[in-house]
Write a protein that binds this ligand. Structure first.
Ligand SMILES: [Cu+2]
Length: 128
């Protein structure tokens, strides 16, 4: 009698596991190599800022096509500046559109004294 109970429990467990397994969906791949998308109106780059870094080590765009850079302060208050293109973003001025006419890598730095990690808040815009 006891053996039968154990067997039934075993079967129930197997069914439960199988049922769960079939419901499982594969996670959607959202990890694009860089936060750049080619929209109809040009290229879009979102600089997602947290304490104390930008979400990507580099952001790639194409030369000769308009780029809109958006600052997204998801943690803390940060700014973003690219000296080469006279860009200065902060919470009151979150987007900047320009057309890079030269290739190269251009440093993006935080332009607001945001705390202890401020000096290391750097990333790069790569125009290719
Ligand atoms: Cu800062």
């Amino acid at each position: 009698m006891k053996k039968l109970l154990v067997l039934l429990m075993g079967v129930a467990i197997v069914i439960a596991i199988t049922a769960c397994g079939s419901k499982e969906t594969k996670p959607v791949e959202t990890n694009t190599p860089a936060a750049t998308t080619q929209a109809a109106g040009g290229q879009n780059v979102v600089l997602k800022a947290t304490n104390f870094k930008f979400d990507q080590a580099e952001y790639r765009v194409k030369k000769g096509e308009p780029v809109t850079i958006t600052l997204d302060n998801s943690q803390g208050i940060h700014g973003a500046s690219i000296k080469e293109f006279n860009m200065k973003l902060d919470n009151s001025n979150k987007t900047f559109t320009f057309t890079p006419e030269k290739t190269g890598s251009f440093p993006i730095t935080c332009s607001i004294m945001c705390g202890s990690g401020h000096a290391n808040m750097k990333t790069t815009l790569i125009v290719e």
